[in-house]
Design a protein around this ligand. Structure first.
Ligand code: SAM
Ligand code: SF4
Length: 351
C-alpha cells in the first residue's frame, strides 16, 4: 500500500490533483496518487431512447456486433480489474437493459466480489426486470427521468415511455435496491422550469433526485454554456423553497448531496462543468468495444480488445491497464479556451 503524499500547498478544491513525488506499484494508482477504485462498464452502445442531449435523431448507428466485447470478454476484463483493486462497478450503456444477458453479467460481477454494484438505466424496461436484477446481486440503481411532464418527456427522449419509466421507478422503490437515484440532465429552455417540481418529487417519494449539468457530449454537438444550468442556480432555487442540509460525501463522489431540513428525500448536484471534481476522481471507464477511458473527456482511448483477441495473458493485460491508468489526465478541460470535445459522444462512452 502507499500513503497519499499531498503537499501542504495542494489545492484542496478538488479541481486538479498535484503530481505525486512517489507512487507505489501494488494498487491501481495514477501519477497524481489518485487510487482508481471505480469502474463504469458500458455493455452496449445501443439504446431505445434518443435523448436530445445525448443521441441524435438519426437512424440507428450502433457499432457492428463483432466489435463489441462478448460477455466472456467483459467478464475477463472485469475480473482482471477487480484483481487490480476495483471495488465499485456501475453497469451502463447505451441502455444496458437492451442487451440480453445483463443479469447474468451482474451475477458474475457479484461472484467476483464487487462490493458496490450499480446500474444506470433509462427505466424503460425496469419494471419487468427489477426482480431479476435484484436476484443477480445488484445493490443500487440510477434511473434517468428528465421531465415530470409527459409531453416534454416525449420530446426529450423521443419516445412514448413516460408511464413505463414511472413504473420502473415504482418497481425500484418497492424492491430492496437502495438507494434509488433519479437523474435529470437540465437543459436551459427545455426542462429548467422543473427544478422545484423535481425537488417535490424527491420529497414525496423519498428518493434521491440528482441534477446533472449538461456536458458537451451530445451527438448533435449542440452544447453551449448557455444551455447548461449551473448547479449553484439549482441549489439556490430549491433552497428558496425548502431549507437544505448538506450530507457528507466521499471526496471522490460526483454529487454534492443535501437533504431537506425536516423532510424526506435528498438532492444531489453534479456539476462537472461549473465545479469540476477531477482532483479526487477515482473512476475509469470500459466501453462496449473494449476501450479503456481514463476520463469522460479523454481525447484518446486505449484498446484492450486487441490485446484480448491477440491472445495476451491476464498479467500482460493487467500491466497494460496499469500503464494506461498512469496516463490519466489531471482533469477535463471543458473550461479551457482550447477545449475540444471527445470524438466519442456519451452513448458510445457510458455515463
Ligand atoms: N441509458 C441509460 C440512462 O440514460 O440512464 C444509461 C446511459 S446514459 C449515457 C448515462 C447518463 O448520462 C444518464 O443519466 C444521462 O442522462 C447522462 N447523459 C447523457 N448525455 C449527457 C450529456 N450530454 N450531459 C450530461 N449527462 C448526460
Ligand atoms: Fe439512451 Fe441514456 Fe443516451 Fe438517453 S441518455 S439516449 S436513454 S443512452
Amino acid at each position: 500500500m502507499f500513503a497519499l503524499s499531498w503537499n501542504e500547498s495542494n489545492d484542496h478544491s478538488g479541481n486538479t490533483p498535484n503530481m505525486l513525488t512517489q507512487t507505489a506499484s501494488d494498487v491501481l494508482t495514477d501519477k497524481f496518487g489518485r487510487q482508481i477504485t471505480d469502474l463504469r462498464i458500458s455493455v452496449t452502445d445501443r439504446c431505445n431512447f434518443r435523448c436530445v442531449y445525448c443521441r441524435s435523431a438519426d437512424p440507428e448507428n450502433h457499432m457492428a456486433e463483432h466489435k463489441l466485447l462478448s460477455w466472456d470478454e467483459l467478464e475477463r476484463l472485469a475480473r482482471i480489474l477487480v484483481g487490480l483493486g476495483i471495488r465499485k462497478v456501475r453497469v451502463t450503456g447505451g441502455e444496458p437493459l437492451v442487451r440480453p444477458g445483463v443479469e447474468e453479467f451482474i451475477s458474475s460481477l457479484r461472484a467476483m466480489g464487487v462490493q458496490d454494484l450499480s446500474l444506470t438505466t433509462n427505466g424503460q424496461s425496469l419494471a419487468e426486470r427489477c426482480e431479476r436484477l435484484v436476484a443477480a446481486g445488484l445493490n443500487r440503481i440510477n434511473i434517468s427521468l428528465d421531465s415530470l411532464d409527459r409531453a416534454k418527456f416525449e420530446k426529450i427522449t423521443r419516445t412514448r415511455s413516460f408511464d413505463r419509466v414511472i413504473a420502473g421507478i415504482d418497481a425500484a422503490q418497492a424492491s430492496p435496491l437502495r438507494p434509488v437515484k433519479v437523474n435529470a440532465v437540465l437543459v436551459r429552455g427545455i426542462n429548467d422550469d422543473e427544478v422545484e417540481s423535481f425537488a417535490e418529487f424527491a420529497r414525496e417519494r423519498d428518493l434521491i433526485m440528482r441534477f446533472i449539468e449538461f456536458m458537451p457530449l451530445d451527438a448533435d454537438r449542440a452544447w453551449t454554456r448557455d444551455l447548461m444550468v449551473p448547479a449553484a442556480e439549482v441549489k439556490s432555487r430549491i433552497e428558496a423553497r425548502w431549507p437544505l442540509v448538506p450530507v457528507a460525501h466521499e471526496r471522490s463522489e460526483t454529487a454534492r448531496k443535501y437533504r431537506f431540513a425536516g423532510g424526506r428525500g435528498e438532492i444531489g448536484l453534479i456539476a462537472p462543468v461549473t465545479q469540476p471534481f477531477c482532483g479526487f476522481c477515482s473512476r475509469i471507464r470500459l466501453t462496449a468495444d473494449g476501450k479503456l477511458r481514463t476520463c469522460l473527456f479523454s481525447r484518446d482511448d486505449h484498446d484492450l480488445r486487441g490485446l484480448l483477441r491477440g491472445g495476451a495473458g491476464d498479467s500482460e493485460v493487467a500491466a497494460e491497464i496499469r500503464g494506461i491508468v498512469m496516463q490519466k489526465e489531471a482533469g477535463h478541460r471543458i473550461n479551457e479556451p482550447d477545449f475540444v470535445p471527445p470524438s466519442r459522444t456519451m452513448v458510445y462512452i457510458g455515463g
